[in-house]
Design a binder for this molecule. Structure first.
Ligand SMILES: *Cc1c(COP(=O)(O)O)cnc(C)c1O
Length: 356
C-alpha cells in the first residue's frame, strides 16, 4: 500500500538525488578525523549556525546528551522545560549516564519558560546544600508545544539572563530550520543566543541518519571525547554526511512547503465536526499538527484517538495517537507529503468520522 505517512517527519526516505550523493561520497575513518565529507558537513553546518565548530552525531538524542555531558558534571543541575524532548523522550540519559540533575520548569503553551521562574530556579552557588546550576535548555521549534517557534527576542532574553548568572544555554534545535523558516529569519538569529545547539538532519531535512552539535572549538573538542565515550565514534560515515550536505543544500527552503501543507491540514481538520485542532489562528506554527477527537459529541463514544487512527489506517493514512489516555493525535507534514496528499488525508478523516 502507498501510505500517506503523517506520523512523523522522521519517516522520509532518501530522494534519488540524496541516494546519488550517498553513493558518490568520499570517505575516510572519521574517528581518525579523516573523513572529508564529515569534515565538510561539520564545517557547513557550524558556519550556517554561526558557530566555530560542529560534530556529526548519530541522533538528536546523542547530540543533546553529549552537549550536557560536556557542559555539566555529576550533581550539576540543568534547567529545562517539563514538556521538553530532552526531559520526556531521551531516556533520562543526562541523569542516568551523566549524573546531571534535571530541574524542570513548566513549559507554557508557546514553548517558553517564564523568565522569572528561571531566575528563581537558579541556585545560590554559595549554599553548600544546593547542586550547582550550570545549563538552561531551550527547544525550538517546540515539539510537544505543537511545533511552535520560540521568538528570537525570547531566546535573547534567556541568553541575557543566563549570562548574568554565568550559565550556559543549550538549544535543542532538532527542528531549528523550521523555526527559522516560519519566523523568516536566518538560523543565526536563534543560535547567537545559545552556547551550543543540536540540529537534526533526519527530521524535516529528510536524511536517513544524523544530527550535528555545534559550539565553540574547545566545546566541540571535549564533546568529541564524550561522543566516543557513549559509543558514537563512527568510521566511514561520510556516506551519511553526504546525505546531510545534500539536505542542507536542497531541503531547507522547501520547509515552507511543509508549513503551508500543515496550515492547510490544520484548517481542514478544525473545520470538521468532532475535531479541534491546536494549530489554528495566530502563531509561529511549523510542520506539526495536533488535534483532538470528541467521540461522544459525534454520538460515537467509542471513537477515541486510537480508534480514529485505526480507521484512518484502513484508508491508507497513518497518524500518531498520543497514548491511550489522551484524545490527541499528531500529524506531521514532510518531504514525502504533497498538497494533494493533504486533500486525501482530509477526505480519509471525513469518512473515518462517519465510520463509513
Ligand atoms: C526528534 C527530536 C530529538 C531527538 O532526535 P533523535 O534523532 O530522534 O534522537 C530531540 N529533540 C526534539 C525536539 C526532537 O523532535
Amino acid at each position: 500500500m502507498d501510505w500517506i505517512d503523517l506520523r512523523s517527519d522522521t519517516v522520509t526516505r532518501p530522494t534519488e538525488g540524496m541516494r546519488q550523493a550517498i553513493a558518490s561520497a568520499e570517505v575516510g575513518d572519521d574517528v581518525f578525523g579523516e573523513d572529508p565529507t564529515v569534515l565538510r558537513l561539520e564545517e557547513r553546518v557550524s558556519s550556517l549556525l554561526g558557530k566555530e565548530a560542529g560534530l556529526f552525531v548519530a541522533s538528536g538524542t546523542m547530540g543533546n546528551l553529549v552537549a550536557l555531558l560536556t557542559h555539566a558534571g555529576r550533581g550539576d543541575e540543568v534547567i529545562l522545560g517539563d514538556r521538553s524532548h530532552t526531559f520526556l523522550y531521551e531516556v533520562g540519559g543526562c541523569a542516568g549516564l551523566g549524573g546531571i540533575h534535571p530541574h524542570t520548569l513548566e513549559n507554557r503553551d508557546d514553548g517558553t519558560l517564564d523568565l522569572a521562574a528561571i531566575e528563581a530556579a537558579i541556585r545560590d552557588p554559595s549554599n553548600v546544600h544546593f547542586p550547582k546550576t550550570k545549563v538552561i535548555c531551550l527547544e525550538n521549534t517546540h515539539n510537544r508545544c505543537g511545533g511552535i517557534a520560540l521568538s528570537p527576542e525570547y531566546s535573547d532574553a534567556v541568553a541575557a539572563l543566563a549570562s548574568r548568572h554565568g550559565l550556559i544555554v543549550h538549544l535543542d534545535g532538532a527542528r531549528l530550520f523550521n523555526a527559522a523558516v516560519t519566523c523568516s529569519v536566518e538560523p543565526t538569529r536563534f543560535t547567537r543566543s545559545a552556547d551550543s545547539v543540536t540540529i537534526c538532519l533526519s527530521k524535516g531535512l529528510g536524511t536517513p541518519v544524523g544530527s550535528v552539535l555545534c559550539g565553540t572549538r574547545s566545546f566541540i573538542e571535549t564533546a568529541r571525547r564524550m561522543r566516543k565515550a557513549v559509543g558514537g565514534g563512527m568510521r566511514q560515515v561520510g556516506i551519511l554526511a553526504a546525505a546531510g550536505l545534500h539536505a542542507i543544500e536542497h531541503h531547507i527552503d522547501r520547509l515552507a512547503d511543509d508549513h503551508a501543507n500543515a496550515a492547510k491540514l490544520a484548517a481542514g481538520i478544525d473545520a470538521l465536526d468532532g475535531l479541534s485542532c491546536e494549530q489554528v489562528g495566530e502563531g509561529t506554527w511549523s510542520n506539526l499538527v495536533y488535534f483532538s477527537v470528541d467521540g461522544p459529541a459525534l454520538g460515537q463514544p467509542e471513537l477515541d484517538a486510537e480508534a480514529l487512527c485505526g480507521r484512518l489506517k484502513e484508508r491508507g493514512v497513518l497518524a500518531l495517537p498520543l497514548g491511550a489516555k489522551s484524545p490527541r493525535i499528531r500529524m506531521v507534514t514532510h518531504l514525502d507529503v504533497s498538497s494533494s496528499d493533504v486533500d486525501t488525508a482530509l477526505d480519509a478523516l471525513r469518512s473515518s468520522l462517519r465510520g463509513t
